[in-house]
Design a protein around this ligand. Structure first.
Ligand SMILES: [Zn+2]
Length: 436
């Protein structure tokens, strides 16, 4: 079998891999590269502009197998895994498989950007499998920082191919179940040919803490450090539905009115509601249009201590609600009574670091209280990765989801476990082909 590393092997983002068998081929993920998109600021995201700035994986490297592609499997709903699907799917005559939540997000990305998709979308329940021709494919439930994430398994004549990007081993999830360890072990018994795996935190000598820890941290700050006269303003990843649920739960405990501000929050919360995975959307108000946001912020300003605001802007993105509030473009005056909670981590791309610095400076000038890093990661760290590899005992490992340094960290872990670089652990760059 052949592996084509299309994207996400020379950078963090635009993840895309193709598996080529004798008569057919499959694509895993098709995501966006986000840093240059952030730099577009409020400029319109037309397909040609996105292509020009390198936001799409360069799938011309698999144009020779285009006609063999029988399925596109999307593991989860993050934009760096699903975001390019609406733009590239038309080149393939293949159904698109994903869990119901991811499918809802995919549909809304296409709709919001006015892109008409041509292939069928096939929602797949977590922990279920289906056939494409004679090939059996499984979507195994795993935990991550968004809902209904999956490890995708393709059962071939030569053993299973397991695609685990992204995941964490969370034994205390806030929404949904623990990872399906039992089924992973069962698949391992049948023999795994190749594991393609998330290497983002392979260098971190940790087991990533569970989401429950982030919930406790958040509860501590929201319940015990609130100012009776001020507003609580929280920002987090819009796709992190479990985190949003915790924020809403504490907001209810505080008896504050809960207001969500921003389009991407609406997109992900709407998708989770349509997939019937949450009911907290009934307890909140969501505002997306400038006019409505202005109106509600005027109201909030009159009685700040009655409200909890959840808004976009955790990376200091220029068009986000929090940044526009801090820059005085929206009718809200920060003061020393306001608590601003970043339930997030700054993604270490230069553009994000710069944007966050600018936002923090603005907030400090206005004497708002800032709480940063009220967060735990959604990615497996080194010791989780070791557990996964030990559990699956794959014949081959292909590190994915990172630049050379991150891939090399995972490869080094594999060599500790007896794998040989170039023989059983394979470092690829974007646009390469590997025959195993
Ligand atoms: Zn992810």
């Amino acid at each position: 079998m052949k592996f084509h590393s299309v994207g996400g092997f020379s950078e963090v983002g635009k993840n895309m891999l193709a598996l080529e068998l004798d008569k057919e081929a499959y694509i895993f993920d098709c995501g966006l590269y986000l840093p240059p998109i952030v730099e577009l600021e409020e400029e319109k995201h037309t397909p040609s502009r996105l292509k020009e700035i390198g936001a799409f994986p360069n799938d011309s490297v698999i144009s020779n197998i285009r006609k063999k592609v029988r399925g596109i499997f999307v593991g989860h709903a993050h934009l760096d895994h699903v975001g390019a699907v609406p733009y590239l799917e038309r080149k393939y005559n293949a159904d698109i498989f994903s869990t119901p939540f991811t499918n809802e997000v995919l549909n809304s990305i296409a709709k919001d950007n006015g892109v008409k998709m041509v292939n069928n979308r096939k929602p797949v329940m977590p922990n279920s499998h289906f056939n494409i021709g004679n090939t059996d494919v499984e979507f195994l439930h795993v935990t991550h920082s968004t809902l209904q994430s999956s490890i995708v398994v393709v059962h071939t004549d030569q053993g299973a191919v397991v695609y685990a990007s992204d995941f964490k081993f969370d034994n205390f999830p806030v929404i949904g179940k623990k990872p399906n360890y039992a089924r992973l072990k069962k698949i391992a018994e049948g023999g795994i040919h190749t594991l393609i795996v998330d290497s983002l935190y392979a260098h971190l000598e940790q087991k990533t803490p569970p989401e429950k820890i982030a919930r406790e941290m958040l509860g501590d700050v929201m319940l015990n450090s609130q100012n009776e006269d001020g507003c609580i303003i929280v920002t987090t990843f819009s796709s992190h539905i479990a985190r949003l649920k915790s924020i809403v739960d504490f907001g209810k405990q505080l008896d504050r009115k809960i207001i969500f501000l921003g389009r991407s929050l609406d997109k992900y919360v709407g998708a989770a509601a349509r997939a019937k995975l949450i009911d907290f959307h009934k307890d909140i108000g969501i505002y997306t249009y400038k006019k409505d946001i202005k109106k509600i912020l005027r109201k909030v300003s009159e009685k700040k201590n009655r409200y909890l605001l959840v808004c976009t802007g955790h990376q200091g993105e220029p068009g986000s609600v929090l940044v526009r509030m801090a820059n005085g473009k929206l009718p809200y005056n920060f003061s020393h009574t306001d608590n601003v909670i970043f339930s997030s981590k700054t993604i270490p791309a230069p553009v994000n670091i710069m944007n966050r610095k600018a936002l923090d400076r603005r907030l400090r000038e206005k004497h708002a209280r800032i709480f940063t890093d009220i967060h735990v990661s959604g990615h497996a760290a080194r010791e989780d990765l070791r557990d996964l590899i030990k559990m699956l005992k794959p014949q081959n490992v292909i590190p994915a989801h990172g630049d050379m340094q991150k891939l090399a960290s995972l490869a080094e872990l594999c060599t500790e476990m007896g794998y040989k670089i170039g023989k059983t652990v394979h470092i690829m760059k974007d646009g390469q082909r590997l025959t195993l």
